[in-house]
Design a protein around this ligand. Structure first.
Ligand code: Z5A
Length: 218
């Protein structure tokens, strides 16, 4: 079977802390897919929160700074899921059904890591919410870009002002990172990439992991 055929209907997700280089890595994934003969017309890119008209409104709310009212942690989680369900049902599933490869900038791991690890919300609650709203739907392959939070935030800072979540204390991101690492360790369809390396080294590592994954596909 050709590589292109094997890759049809696959959902690849990139995860990581801010400044890990997800945006950059997504370009590398697109280049790798093109090398496998996948036409760009068969690649669908998504981001979370967001990726749909309604989801982008929710993203604005999530990032919004309200001086006189703070977003409750559970409300934040529910907004992440509202945005995700809208994206999965309106964009991701239809694209996969048409044989597209979907490349997602963040997905379910982010809620477990940020809202579960960072905010300290109950993991069972998040797992139940995921199961109730999306059932067994999950990424076929997850690339987690691992970075020391201090370095990630330094990179993010170089790009402009930090948002509401990015301004949280460093231990929030340490807890978030730990959950990401635990999730990858327990998931055979997920790998860790050392994102502290140079862009060229990160690109090489991503290509290598994608090559290995492709070989494993039937
Ligand atoms: N969030 C959540 O809490 N729960 C959820 O369920 C979901 C999300 C889905 C989304 O913000 C926020 O929502 C995020 C998590 C939370 N909040 N925080 N904090 P976002 O989408 O706006 O932000 P992001 O996902 O964190 O993306 P980012 O900040 O743009 O990071 P990035 O895409 O990983 O980084 P980048 O833009 O590719 O790179 C950052 C800079 O580093 C840039 O100048 C690059 O040129 C540079 N860079 C990239 N790679 C390298 C290497 N290898 N070396 C040196 N410099 C590099």
């Amino acid at each position: 079977m050709s590589a292109q055929k094997k890759l049809e209907n696959k959902f690849i997700v990139i995860e990581g802390l801010e400044g890990a280089g997800k945006t950059t890595a997504i370009r590398y994934i697109g280049n790798w897919l093109a090398e496998q003969g996948v036409p760009t017309s068969k690649m669908t890119y998504t981001r979370e929160p967001g990726g749909t008209k309604l989801g982008e409104y929710m993203r604005d709310i999530i990032k919004m700074d309200l001086n006189d009212e703070s977003l409750d942690d559970k409300a934040e989680l529910l907004l992440m899921y509202a945005s995700r369900v809208q994206l999965v049902e309106a964009v991701i599933k239809p694209a996969l059904a048409q044989g597209h490869i979907v490349i997602g900038d963040r997905h379910n791991y982010s809620s477990l890591a940020y809202q579960g690890g960072g905010r300290g919300l109950d993991m069972h609650f998040i797992h139940s919410l995921k199961q109730l709203s999306l059932g067994d739907f999950k990424a076929d392959f997850t690339l987690y870009l691992d970075i020391d939070p201090a370095l990630g935030l330094q990179r993010a800072r170089g790009r402009g002002e930090l948002d509401r979540i990015e301004r949280l204390a460093i231990d929030f991101f340490e807890r978030t990172r730990q959950v990401f690492l635990n999730l990858v360790a327990d998931d055979e369809s997920a790998v860790t990439i050392d994102a502290s390396k140079t862009p060229a080294q990160v690109e090489k590592a991503i290509f290598k992991q994608l090559d290995n994954w492709l070989v494993s596909l039937k």
